[in-house]
Design a protein around this ligand. Structure first.
Ligand code: SF4
Ligand SMILES: [Mg+2]
Length: 308
């Protein structure tokens, strides 16, 4: 079977999303990335749950399953365990994975199955007419998505915007390269029930920071320094520029602080990019190469093995 061609293999006529939905951008970037990665179409499996975003597997010419609510993770786990050569992507929304499917999400991350999880977060339940979801920042009590994913033990955690297409593509490529469960939260515009919410909240207020590995945390004329593990906003001067927090995507402790920015101080920006990426030990790779046919019970009962 051929390599995916995003122009031919994304069936735009079939798409039933509303005009202006952020899902259009995400499907296009995913298609371009799959094409760039040159993975054969019959090796790509897109597995989804229920929700607007979960219709994605219908619209792209690969194998796919439109599963049951919150259970895409279990289906994807079964697929990957039965054939580790397959390139498996879970497509899920904030309702699908942070409500009904939360336990499945957490346990999939814990097992570190080598799949990519794309979380389309529009902070509303769009398929059921726009109730605020558990991730909605304006609720008194909301799930801090990135903290939750980090706590479950994800080794690749990132956040993107649907309309920042080059950034989104780069992160998708890195996520796919990572061995283990990669989680990418994508802020997705729902023009029907949450119009331009992220544009207003993040872009118009210059309220975001793009995380770049080994680079200081700077946005606009401001930067961030860490004093006793507390982030502090400073205006950039020649004096303080050398004291700025340098992003290290391999540092789990700093990733937790980044994930809590808005809780620590509302004036802090929303981080976008890779929060955390664990360095994979070569030793684990070698073990897996040698032991090609490890039985499932052995994998799950022995911490020495990671499922690849
Ligand atoms: S309701 Fe919102 S999320 Fe669903 S297809 Fe329409 S714009 Fe997209
Ligand atoms: Mg939603």
């Amino acid at each position: 079977m051929n390599i995916l061609n995003h122009k031919k293999d994304i069936n735009k006529k079939k798409i039933k999303w509303c005009i202006g939905c952020g899902n259009y951008s995400i499907i296009m970037q995913l298609g371009k990335v799959l094409e760039k990665l040159k993975i054969k179409k019959n090796k790509i499996i897109l597995v989804s749950g229920i929700g607007c975003s979960s219709r994605l597997p219908y619209y792209i010419n690969t194998f796919g399953i439109h599963g049951i609510h919150g259970r895409a993770f279990s289906i994807a786990t079964g697929i990957k365990l039965s054939n580790k050569k397959l390139n498996v992507w879970v497509i899920t929304g904030d309702g699908d994975c942070f409500s009904i499917g939360l336990n499945h999400l957490l346990h999939t991350i814990r097992k570190n199955i080598n799949i990519n999880i794309l979380i389309f977060n529009n902070e509303v339940y769009s398929l059921t007419k726009g109730q605020k979801s558990v991730t909605n920042f304006n609720k008194n009590k909301f799930f801090n998505t990135i903290s939750l994913i980090l706590s479950a033990g994800s080794n690749f955690v990132a956040r993107c915007l649907d309309f920042n297409i080059n950034h989104l593509k780069k992160i998708l490529i890195k996520a796919n390269k990572h061995i283990g469960t990669s989680c990418i939260e994508i802020y997705q515009n729902c023009p029907i029930f949450n119009k331009n919410y992220f544009k207003k909240k993040i872009i118009n207020n210059n309220n975001y920071i793009i995380l770049k590995n080994n680079k200081p945390l700077i946005w606009g004329k401001k930067g961030i320094i860490l004093i006793k593990n507390k982030p502090k906003i400073v205006y950039l001067t020649k004096k303080n520029i050398s004291n700025l927090w340098i992003h290290n995507e391999n540092n789990i402790y700093k990733a937790y602080i980044l994930s809590r920015f808005k809780i620590i101080n509302k004036q802090l920006p929303i981080p976008l990019g890779i929060f955390f990426k664990k360095k994979i030990k070569k030793k684990i790779k070698k073990i897996n190469k040698k032991k090609k046919n490890i039985k499932l019970f052995k994998i799950l009962s022995n911490k020495k093995y990671e499922i690849l």
